[in-house]
Design a protein around this ligand. Structure first.
Ligand code: FE2
Length: 427
């Protein structure tokens, strides 16, 4: 006897006609023709059922603040950082909590049930840290929020930042962050990587740094991050976020760098929507895309996830918490339009970031948490093409969000009336 059975599921790995049996919040059976009864049975009629979307890189302290105190006129990264500096003194904990909770509602509606968010620790009041720790507890029943102590203004460059960062970790922030390319010199950047990796090793915490987020082909902080990861035995616990300078690096140097990243077990997190809009701003034409070398990193054995990074904040005025939009942008920018490439981009917003975040019980197999999303699509590629509607979102076997199917009704002479854009329509 199950609490719930989802019948006729298509799974991301290509299996079709699969039934998923759920009991006590966990998946108990995954098989075709499951002969059992359940309190509730939902026939999903061949739609894709996937574990939830996971965002490996976000800024929840800034989200939904677009236009406060003014909009970013140039649309550049540096004006965004300056604007965030103007906004910080005006922030209140109540407003931070309210905006973050509103964003978490959007996320749940889009089947996004785990987010790693950086939180700026350069304000000595640590208002944002307190607010997001509160939000983390509040949303825990429906969304896993992991926090990174992020010294936005540079852990060495900003007075008191290292102490603030340590205080944030002591308060319960999960991950050590950094921003070496924003320190005053390349040497200070390298020193910041050393200090922060040693701190993480001492505290037994993971590391996720904004790293080489520039178009500077000579930025080398990812090399330093890989070096200290190995030196300190942090393999498998470190991620380099953005890595956009790699786009512009010398090809020979990259051929040496990729194996160093792979052997250090460092994961890469690209942020396609933001990288394509913020990088290459000093170029005329040809204009660089700025996203890191995703197919080459994957070929070298480096796990690559995609993050949303920003939604309606000083850096980016768009976005809605839709990780399919993020993945679709990633596959276009990286030209990963082959079948395997598109599936890797789907994995970059689901299973790969789940591994990077260390999520317990993620997946569709007996024993996994019954956190699932039913999409209005037949397979991951169709989901990407359509930014498919999240028909049902389940957490612990309970439906926590529903969206009606996207279907248009046409009034055309002699033509069928319904259009939903699916190619692999079933059931
Ligand atoms: Fe970021």
């Amino acid at each position: 006897m199950f609490d719930l059975i989802l019948r006729q599921c298509s799974l991301p790995d290509g299996r079709r006609g699969i039934d998923i049996g759920i009991r006590d919040g966990r998946i108990v059976a995954v098989e075709a023709g499951l002969a059992a009864t359940a309190g509730e049975v939902i026939d999903v009629a061949g739609q894709l059922v996937t574990p939830p979307f996971v965002d490996a890189h976000f800024h929840m302290d800034a989200t939904l603040s677009y236009g406060l105190p003014r909009v970013n006129q140039s649309g550049t990264l540096l004006e965004g950082i300056a604007l965030w500096g103007e906004l910080k003194p005006l922030l209140t904990q109540e407003a931070l909590v309210e905006r973050a909770l509103a964003y978490c509602d959007w996320a749940v509606a889009k089947g996004l049930l785990a987010i790693r968010s950086h939180v700026d620790v350069c304000d000595p009041r640590l208002l944002a840290v307190e607010a997001l720790l509160q939000v983390k507890e509040k949303v825990r029943p429906w969304l896993d929020l992991q926090l990174v102590a992020f010294p936005q203004d540079g852990v060495l460059r900003a007075p008191g930042a290292l102490d603030n960062l340590k205080r944030a970790l002591a308060m319960g922030v999960d991950v050590v962050g950094g921003i070496p390319h924003f320190e005053r010199t390349m040497a200070d950047g390298a020193e910041s990587v050393r200090i922060l990796c040693e701190l993480a090793a001492e505290l037994g915490l993971p590391v996720d740094m904004h790293c080489d987020e520039s178009d500077d082909p000579l930025s080398r902080h990812i090399e330093t991050l890989a070096f200290h990861t190995r030196r300190l035995g942090l393999e498998g616990r470190v991620a380099g976020s953005h890595l956009t300078s790699m786009h512009s690096m010398d090809n020979y140097y990259v051929s040496k760098l990729l194996p160093l990243i792979a052997e250090a077990g460092v994961a890469a997190i690209a942020n396609p929507l933001i990288n394509i809009t913020l990088q290459g701003r000093h170029d005329t034409y040809p204009k660089r895309r700025g996203m890191t070398r995703v197919p080459e990193l994957l070929a070298a054995g480096v796990p690559v996830a995609f993050g949303h990074d920003c939604v309606m904040d000083p850096w980016y005025s768009l976005g809605s918490g839709d990780m399919l939009e993020v993945a679709a942008m990633g596959l276009h920018v990286a030209q990963m339009t082959g079948q395997d490439g598109m599936r890797a981009c789907f994995a970059a917003v689901t299973e790969t970031p789940a591994r990077i975040l260390g999520l317990e019980g993620y997946g569709i197999a007996p024993g996994c948490r019954a956190d699932l999303v039913v999409l209005q699509a037949g397979d991951p590629i169709e989901a990407l093409r359509l930014r498919a509607t999240r028909l049902l979102v389940l957490r612990g076997g309970r439906v926590i969000a529903r969206t009606p199917p996207a279907v248009a009704t046409l009034s055309l002479p002699g033509r069928p009336g319904l259009v939903d854009f699916r190619e692999s329509r079933q059931g």
